[in-house]
Design a protein around this ligand. Structure first.
Ligand code: BES
Ligand code: MN
Ligand code: ZN
Length: 485
């Protein structure tokens, strides 16, 4: 896919034009007089042309796809991106090759709007049916070039949009793979391939190395499976020198059966994507390196299956985490926090002063926030605010959740320091409190629970069903935020 940006007068011939239409706003003046007249005629009889993500098509040459943009004052990065996705998805079944795109107006800059179009086009070009054998059931559209029409220069919007769009699709591709084709070893292979392409250093710690480092909590999850655990570490030294400006930690459960506390069968197959956090940090650090961002970033992805084999952890078992805390495993299905605490400790021991973890951690966060916002936890408050602002600007929807000492008290163990489950009430928050046990004094930490946002059950105009790839763009934006200028 080739992207370029041109002034309206330089737009040559294209097969299709995608333009957002906003409420009470005339269409852009760079469209031909004939096209604007056709839009005006359409709007006399069609009442919902500006309804968010509504699609209307003028079948001329070029074809004109009109995407409803809602109120212009409501346009942020997330919406601008989705408008572009909806536009490209409307061309899915066509054989058109050259497409021009109008930018979304609204509250964001032209540069940001251009990046949103690039990201949105790349997201919209992705489908989950990769194992369908009939060619027509997994064919991708034929679009070859996308031209952004803009009056002002858009800086490096195309490079950034491409890196972030590709990274998000990489994370989705990995999450979409079935667990038999994305075992911990295959996640490590995928990470090595991305690391090589991006020039990132990678190291994969095996069970023995992890044991020597004291990661009993992480390894306790791996002991019920025949697949060996793989603790993936990737390093980008964008500014050189010591330490890391940012540590990214991703939950890497390649299949979560629940272990001995086994899950009910309904929808258990979605647990092939319980490594979405790992895929996100792996894809993000590769994009950060590709963009040459001048920050030191370490990405840590503790990967393992969670299965109820003969060696599996039994409820009540006690282990010592790398932090030194003893952990009582009340419920073997609360495994994400067990792998993450050792990932968080490792990142800090390697010199990360800020740590952000991403995890499909709790069903409770989906009960609280539904499918539309990821839960945001952390400390201190100033860091949580920074993450929230960066996420919103990057086009992710996150919402802050409380984390106070009352919740920390709830995870006190009966026989050990902490227990890994404290029941249903406030389940997403007590999970975050467990992670907090690994956060050392002086570390700024944020936790993003994506268990409501990582997957969507049905196609929508703005996004295909299946893995959604949240937060990757936020991680790249955070590296930029903490880069040395
Ligand atoms: N991977 C699940 C959480 C999850 C559920 C992610 C649905 C995506 C969709 C996690 O390991 C889990 O099982 N959490 C339990 C914790 C409980 C046993 C304390 C949960 O949320 O029910
Ligand atoms: Mn689980
Ligand atoms: Zn899980």
């Amino acid at each position: 896919m080739k992207f370029r940006a041109v002034r309206p007068t330089q737009l040559g011939s294209v097969d299709a034009i995608v333009v957002p239409l906003f409420a009470a706003t005339p269409p852009p003046t760079w469209l031909s007089r004939a096209t604007r007249a056709a839009i005006a005629r359409l709007q006399k009889t069609e009442h919902e042309t500006t309804r968010l993500y509504a699609i209307n098509t003028l079948h001329g040459e070029p074809r004109v796809v009109l995407v409803g943009g809602g109120k212009p004052t409501d346009v942020d990065a997330e919406r601008a991106r989705n408008i572009a996705s909806a536009g490209i998805r409307a061309l899915w079944r066509s054989s058109l090759r050259k497409v021009a795109f109008g930018l979304s107006a609204g509250t964001i800059s032209d540069e940001r709007a251009a990046q949103a179009v690039v990201e949105g086009v790349l997201y919209g070009m992705w489908r989950p049916e990769v194992y369908r054998t009939r060619e027509d059931e997994h064919r991708l559209p034929q679009i070859e070039s996308v031209t952004l029409v803009t009056d002002r220069p858009v800086g490096d919007a195309i490079a950034r949009g491409t890196a972030i769009g590709d990274a998000t699709n990489n994370a989705r591709r990995m999450a979409n793979e079935p667990a038999n084709r994305m075992t911990p070893r295959l996640v490590a292979d995928a990470a090595r391939a991305l690391a090589k392409e991006a020039g990132v250093k990678i190291e994969v710690l095996d069970r023995e190395r992890c044991r020597a480092l004291g990661m009993e909590s992480y390894l306790s999850v791996a002991q019920g499976s025949h697949e060996p655990p793989q603790f993936i570490v990737m390093r980008h030294k964008g500014r050189g020198g010591n330490g890391y400006d940012l540590g990214l930690v991703g939950k890497g459960i390649t299949f979560d059966s629940g272990g001995i506390s086994i899950k009910p069968a309904d929808n258990m197959h979605h647990m092939k994507a319980d490594m979405t956090g790992a895929a996100s940090v792996i894809a993000a650090v590769a994009a950060i390196a590709k963009l040459g961002i001048k920050a030191n970033v370490i990405a840590v992805a503790p990967c393992t299956e969670n299965l109820p084999g003969g060696g599996a952890t039994k409820p009540g078992d006690v282990f010592k985490a790398m932090s030194g805390r003893t952990v009582e495993v009340i419920n073997t299905d609360a495994e994400g926090r067990l792998v993450l605490v050792d990932g968080i400790t490792y990142a800090q021991r390697e010199g990360a002063k800020r740590v952000v973890d991403v995890a499909t951690l709790t069903g409770s966060i989906a009960v609280a926030l539904g499918n539309h916002f990821s839960g945001l936890f952390g400390k201190p408050g100033s860091f949580v605010d920074a993450i929230r602002a960066t996420a919103t600007e990057a086009g992710d929807r996150v919402w802050p959740m409380p984390l106070t000492d009352e919740y920390r008290d709830e995870i006190k163990g009966e026989v050990a320091d902490i227990r890994n489950s404290a029941g249903r009430l406030g389940g997403a928050i007590t999970a975050a409190a467990f992670l907090d046990s690994a956060v050392e004094d002086g570390t700024e930490w944020a936790h993003l629970d994506i268990a409501g946002t990582f997957w969507f059950e049905r196609d929508r105009p703005q996004a295909p069903k299946g893995p959604q790839g949240p937060i990757v763009r936020t991680l790249v934006a955070l590296a930029e935020r903490y880069a040395k200028d």
